[in-house]
Design a protein around this ligand. Structure first.
Ligand SMILES: C[S@@+](CC[C@H](N)C(=O)[O-])C[C@H]1O[C@@H](n2cnc3c(N)ncnc32)[C@H](O)[C@@H]1O
Length: 229
């Protein structure tokens, strides 16, 4: 993951612009992997879509453009939700905004398609400030565990979850938890990328925790799809 630095970014491949104020996660490799997976997922027209951990709303906008009947964007950050409001209004896309976490989203569901690019970077201290966009506890799974445990409540029968995270945060655990929850999970995309500034600054901790190999300075991003029968 790369720290927050700029104010506006091109929304590739949609080829338009997203407002991205300081303190809101800049869409990057993980965002675009999930957007690609959504595009290739065969999302039914008229789907009710949840973008959990929405940030700028990049994925909410992508879902609306792919024909979602409704899009709900959820984030714990007020600044992120204000950004989604602006980005969706600029495009005249109706997006329902909800401040909260997966538990709050369950109360507004279920959804036919759930998208999630949650924080997943292991961190020795509790997440704070802008770093709440990526820091996720000592094993990187604070938000992932919550999401996996609630997935079957978030996704309507016949629907599916698409989520992205790094192999550093243990995709095997995600697959096991989603399977135990009655979903049918699989890794549908993987891509190796060099560490960004956040991961580079955390390399010594990750090595000491046994989460990466000695001298490892790349991570693999995976997209997991989990279908609810
Ligand atoms: C990695 S960013 C992803 C942003 C956007 N979806 C994207 O792909 O570019 C994670 C987002 O999750 C939000 N977040 C962190 N913890 C959360 C939680 N427990 N529930 C909901 N959102 C959370 C952060 O504020 C941040 O906007």
């Amino acid at each position: 993951m790369t720290a927050i630095t700029s104010t506006a970014i091109p929304l590739v491949p949609q080829r338009s612009w997203l407002l991205r104020p300081p303190g809101v996660y800049r869409p990057q490799d993980d965002t675009w992997m999930l957007a690609d997976a959504l595009r290739e997922s065969g999302m039914p027209g008229g789907a009710r879509v949840l973008d959990l951990c929405t940030g700028t709303g990049a994925l909410a906008v992508a879902a609306a453009r792919l024909g979602a009947a409704s899009v709900t964007a959820v984030d714990i950050s007020r600044r992120a939700l204000a950004t989604v409001w602006t980005n969706s209004r600029l495009r005249r896309i109706p997006v329902r905004l909800l401040r909260g976490d997966a538990a709050a989203a369950v109360r507004s569901g279920p959804f036919d398609v759930v998208l999630a690019n949650p924080p997943y970077v292991p961190c020795p201290v509790p997440a704070n400030g802008a770093a709440r966009a990526w820091d996720a506890g000592p094993d990187g799974r604070v938000v992932l565990d919550e999401l996996c445990s609630r997935a079957a409540s978030l996704v309507a029968p016949g629907g599916y979850l698409l989520m992205v995270h790094s192999t550093v945060a243990g995709p095997g655990k995600s697959l096991a938890q989603l399977g135990e929850a009655g979903m049918t999970p699989a890794v549908i995309a993987a891509r190796s990328i060099p560490f960004g500034p956040v991961m580079r600054s955390r390399a010594a901790f990750l090595e000491a925790a046994g989460l990466i190999a000695a001298e490892q300075r790349h991570e693999e991003l995976v997209v997991i799809r989990a279908d609810r029968p």
